[in-house]
Write a protein that binds this ligand. Structure first.
Ligand SMILES: [Zn+2]
Length: 327
């Protein structure tokens, strides 16, 4: 499934890259469009290695392939902010695109890579456009973006857009198990990954699993707010991602419990795989409270997406969650 490129899913895109590498003509700009963790960078590395390879099609063994895979090929250049700056400025872009006219160092092609082209302002994108309109033959731009609407139409129209796929849960789960993740955790991470392998890997690194989500849920059912508080905050909640993961887990679990309460069937649940956990949680959590909890968890996810303060987020989730069952 993953082969030597390390890419999961994206079979359509791999075919496309193969066709491009074998063909005589391809454009001078590629835009990899997709969320972080959707395999955009692996695909781009595969494309660059395919076009630089000294043998054929990203053999993975020649010098060019090895350097391209590690991202240290001298003909692959990344746009970075100028000295003492956090963000890329229009001057940085103007300076960077001059590279397009320099000779290649050792490859047949030169690649100019820009991460987050959707975060560049209009002025900067226009500076890029000047070169995209009449690019030197040996130069290929490799652009990345999450949000297509923030890329100038004129930049889009000069790029070959490669959409990275949302990867099916099953494929992510299999991939994680292949990498040695314990099956239960792999399923948990795959379900919360929203089709992103990067996110799934992060979730695997975290301590969270379905028994902890169940613990958090059951803390809401405790009558004593002090005991509930102690139990809830025994989970580590030190980053926005921690809280986001927990809120998404609570959301999935609460939906499952409602389904279980309505049907009495475990096989209809999507989040929980452990029967004992479902029965245990279901016995202490009321249907009415679970319905309220779904709104609370949903709200927490959108607050977390808006960069709210970590302490405020976790306190809010705890208080409102507890009130759902003790209001
Ligand atoms: Zn090669």
């Amino acid at each position: 499934m993953t082969g030597q490129t390390g890419i999961i899913g994206n079979s359509r895109n791999i075919e496309l890259i193969k066709a491009l590498a074998n063909g005589k003509s391809f454009g001078n700009a590629f835009l990899f469009l997709g969320k972080k963790g959707s395999g955009r960078h692996l695909l781009a590395s595969h494309l660059m290695a395919s076009l630089l390879c000294e043998k054929s099609n990203h053999c993975g063994e020649c010098r060019a392939c090895r350097l391209a895979q590690k991202g240290i090929h001298p003909d692959i250049i990344l746009l970075t902010p100028g000295e003492n700056r956090k963000n890329v400025s229009v001057e940085d872009v103007r300076e960077f695109v001059k590279e397009a006219f320099m000779k290649t160092v050792e490859g047949k092609k030169k690649f100019l890579v820009i991460n987050d082209v959707d975060k560049l302002n209009v002025q900067s994108q226009n500076a890029l456009l000047l070169v995209l309109e009449e690019p030197p033959e040996q130069t290929v731009f490799v652009l990345f973006a999450e949000n297509k609407n923030r890329v100038l139409q004129t930049v889009l129209s000069r790029s070959t857009v490669i959409n990275t796929d949302i990867i099916p849960i099953k494929d992510i789960e299999e991939y994680l198990i292949e990498k040695g993740t314990e099956p239960k955790k792999a399923l948990y991470a795959a379900r919360l990954s929203e089709g992103s392998v990067g996110k799934a890997l992060e979730l695997c690194e975290g301590e969270r699993d379905e028994s902890q989500i169940s613990e958090a849920l059951r803390s809401f059912a405790l009558k004593s707010p002090f005991l509930a508080y102690e139990k809830f905050f025994s989970l580590s909640l030190s980053s926005r991602d921690d809280i986001m993961g927990l809120a998404k887990g609570i959301l999935g679990a609460a939906r499952d419990l409602l389904v279980y309460k309505a049907t009495g069937k475990i096989e209809k649940t999507e989040f929980f795989s452990d029967e004992a956990l479902i029965i245990k949680a279901s016995s202490v959590l009321s249907e009415e409270g679970l319905i309220k909890l779904i709104t609370v968890a949903d709200e927490t996810v959108s607050f977390a997406e808006q960069n709210c303060n970590v302490g405020a987020l976790s306190a809010n989730l705890f208080i409102k969650g507890w009130e759902c069952f003790n209001g």
